[in-house]
Each structure stands twice: as C-alpha cells, then as structure tokens.
Design a binder for this molecule. Structure first.
Ligand code: FES
Ligand code: FES
Length: 153
C-alpha cells in the first residue's frame, strides 16, 4: 500500500492504495465521490469518465499512481451548484432515463466543448459515440450538447 496526493475538484487529498488501483476505485471507495460510475471496467463504455487537466479520461483503467500530476475533476466538481452549461442543457432537454451513464456523458461533453466550442452535428455525434447509454438516450444527448454549445458561445 502506498500513499498518493491527488488534486480532486480543487482540493488536495491523500489516499492510500496499491499503485495499480484504478482511479475510479479511489474516487468512489476512498473519497466517496460516487457520481462517477463503474460500467465495464475496460475503457469501453464511458460511465467512469472524469477530467484529467480538462481532458476526458476513463478512470477505470487509470492507475492511481499515474494521476498525481493532474487536476482531476469529477461530476461533483464540474460546477459548484449544478449550473455548468452542460448540466443546464441536460436538465432543459431532460436527457437522463435511468441516469447511470449520464455523469460520464456530461464529463465527455464538457471536455469536448472546451476543445470545440462550436461543433456541428457530426462532430457532436463523433465526440459522444464512445459513451454507451443502455437506455438509448443518444438523440437527447446530442441535442443537449448542441444546446450547451449555444449557451457557451
Ligand atoms: S467503466 Fe470505465 S469505460 Fe466503462
Ligand atoms: S440513461 Fe440509462 S444508461 Fe444512459
């Protein structure tokens, strides 16, 4: 067991873990940030998406020992009060069905919009296609990303 200092949602935290423990386990089990979900565990579904220095990253396959040098942001840290434009757009469009995939969807969307603030429909589809939604909320997700882009422009 080793000790790691992580920067999570603007705070410095010390955690004890094996070096190959996935960041997702640390976020959920040690730090109780349970908004980030476990889906597949093999980087295939996007449920576990968080930001590392603003880049959407799959925390189920990231060893905690590789994460000390990054600003980690989870859905809990995307905004203080749920008013990030992506969160607002998600509410306006009423995107979630069961909700399980949605934190990962919003983290992917918010990272994408930082890199491409004025995307077309094809670019939105391409950016979001790796995030699986078993409830098939894909049309609403794409509409919400477009709406968030408008709010941010
Ligand atoms: S749980 Fe990480 S990509 Fe599916
Ligand atoms: S809303 Fe149910 S898995 Fe996406």
């Amino acid at each position: 067991m080793n000790s790691y200092v992580l920067k999570v949602n603007g705070k410095s935290v010390t955690v004890n873990a094996e070096e190959d423990t996935p960041l997702l386990w640390v976020l959920r089990d040690e730090l109780k940030l349970v908004g980030t979900k476990f889906g597949c565990g093999i980087a295939q579904c996007g449920a576990c998406t968080v930001h590392l220095d603003g880049i959407a990253s799959r925390s189920c396959v990231l060893p905690v020992s590789n994460c000390e040098d990054f600003e980690i942001t989870t859905i809990e840290g995307l905004s203080n009060d749920g008013t990030h434009p992506v969160q607002e757009a998600w509410k306006t469009i009423d995107v979630p069905q069961c909700g399980y995939c949605q934190a990962g969807q919003m983290m992917t969307a918010s990272s994408f919009l930082k890199q491409n603030p004025n995307p077309n429909a094809e670019e939105i589809r391409e950016a979001m296609h790796g995030n699986i939604c078993r409830c098939a909320s894909y049309n609403r997700i794409e509409k919400a990303v477009a709406l968030a882009a408008k709010k941010m422009s």
